[in-house]
Design a protein around this ligand. Structure first.
Ligand code: ADP
Ligand code: MG
Length: 458
């Protein structure tokens, strides 16, 4: 029987490794390796540069050894050797720095959990979701850039990773980077006098996903560098997706020309989750954890006015942990206990009152609060329904309490109005925009009322 050469064995191993590691990982680290020699228990793999040797030795040695053992049926130790004679070394990286930069390109770990499939769609985020899906499918041809903004913990990073996953699956070269990473890399490149490699890296992307761009604001040189990267990619019809906690127009210290670039494409916002979305998210999360959390507990947690999905997940985890600790089955009572110090403070802090809501809705429809409370005014029907919807979303008022606030309507009237808006909001972008504008206004009012009532310590 002919013994197989090291290269033949290695090719078989690569075939298996290709399935076992992610595509970018394979491309960066394994594609340009060769089987050098095979003696006794030692298998020597030739790699194009010391950086690859170091990475593979540190992170992939066990997996590679296992794969080789599977193929040869022999115990095996793997050694990586930098191999100057590699057939493709001309196309390899010329400097270590370049290899390092390139590795950052592709070794960025997209969180496998952050996909479109695991993203729950509600009225608070469905525009952002649709836009993200659309750019992932029609790179650079639709909205470019796509600019997604919203508060902390609302799913911006999740959507950005989801775009990345879909693009990678379609063999698109994606660069995913945070504003902070971009800044650090840029600073390092300047320090190491290696801005050419930095530029090359970013301009080679088919798609640039940049998370939390607000980080670069006010850092003049980084902004400048990003401006050029942006233009180069945009001119070449490469897709750019940007997230931020704030919309471009409110980033006052952002250089004007960069701000206007951001406004070229589509800007969408993400709102805090409403009750329905909170409920859906919690239902999805409880399905993932194999714990018996009943619907009444889920509803109880969803009722707490968490304005942030990360907190919402945290609350669920806390209830589960608490139940484990006390060896009790989760009940709403137990949940209340577990969330005592976080949940119940939240609605109190949120000083959005029904009056504030009625006022904001009336304003937005150019009516007066009295119009909304009046039983006679037909022309204020939609405004009244919107007010009902918002009061139910934003406060803990019961149906009959809401009825009382709006001029003595009965609970079934309130319930019908709520259901009507809750379903229309998904199909009517105009209505959705209007409602999210009102919510935005409420948040601002809430903040300013907090500020004005704050006492200054002397
Ligand atoms: P952001 O980047 O806006 O601060 P993240 O994307 O990090 O927020 O989201 C915070 C957490 O909430 C993550 O665990 C994410 O998976 C989860 N999450 C956010 N939005 C959704 C959603 N619509 N469906 C399911 N999970 C979500
Ligand atoms: Mg984020």
């Amino acid at each position: 029987m002919r013994t197989r050469s090291a290269q033949e064995i290695w090719e078989a191993a690569l075939g298996e490794l290709q399935i076992q590691v992610s595509k970018p990982n394979y491309r960066t680290w394994l594609e340009r390796t060769i089987g050098l020699s095979y003696q006794g228990n030692q298998f020597v793999v030739g790699v194009p540069n010391p950086f690859a040797a170091e990475y593979l030795d540190r992170s992939q040695r066990t997996l590679i050894a296992k794969t080789l053992i599977g193929i040869t049926r022999h115990d095996m130790q793997v050694v990586f050797q930098v191999n100057g004679r590699h057939p493709n070394s001309a196309s390899g990286y010329s400097t270590l720095e370049e290899a390092r930069l390139a590795s950052q390109t592709t070794s960025v770990r997209l969180n496998p959990k952050y996909t479109f499939d695991s993203f729950i769609i509600g009225s608070c985020n469905h525009l952002a979701y649709s836009a993200a899906l659309s750019v992932a499918q029609n790179l650079g041809l639709g909205y470019n850039p796509l600019f997604i903004y919203g508060g902390v913990g609302l799913g911006k990073t999740h959507l950005l990773h989801a775009i990345g996953h879909l693009a990678l699956a379609n063999n698109i070269q994606v660069i995913f980077v945070s504003g902070e990473q971009f800044t650090n890399e840029f600073i390092n490149a300047i320090r190491e006098k290696n801005t050419a490699a930095f530029r090359k890296k970013y301009r080679s992307a088919d798609m640039l996903l940049i998370d939390d761009i607000h980080f670069i604001i006010g850092k003049e040189q980084t902004e400048e560098s990003f401006f050029h990267t942006f233009n180069a990619l945009h001119n070449a019809n490469r897709q750019i997706v940007i997230t931020s906690t704030r919309p471009p127009k409110s980033m006052s210290s952002l250089e004007e020309r960069l701000r206007s670039r951001f406004e070229w494409g589509l800007i969408v916002d993400m709102q805090p989750p409403d009750f329905e979305t909170r409920l859906l998210i919690l239902q999805a999360k409880t399905k993932q954890v194999a714990v018996n959390v009943g619907p009444e507990v889920v509803e109880f947690i969803a009722r707490q006015a968490f304005r942030n999905i990360r907190q919402l997940e945290g609350a669920l985890n806390r209830v589960i942990a608490y139940a484990r600790l006390t060896k009790e089955t989760p009940t709403p009572r137990l949940a209340a206990k577990a969330l005592e110090d976080i949940a119940f403070k939240e609605p109190k802090q949120a000083s959005i009152t029904t009056d504030l809501i009625i006022e904001a809705v009336a304003d937005s429809f150019q009516l007066t609060p009295a119009d909304l409370k009046s039983k006679k005014r037909k022309q204020s029907t939609v405004a009244r329904e919107v007010a009902i919807y918002l009061i139910r979303q934003e406060t803990n008022y019961s149906l009959s309490q809401i009825g009382t606030e709006l001029g003595g309507r009965d609970p079934s009237f309130v319930s019908r109005a709520y259901t009507k808006i809750a379903s229309n909001i998904n199909t009517n972008p105009h209505l959705q925009r209007k409602i999210s504008d009102i919510q935005q206004r409420l948040r601002t009012k809430q903040k300013s009322s907090k500020r004005s009532s704050a006492t200054i310590p002397i």
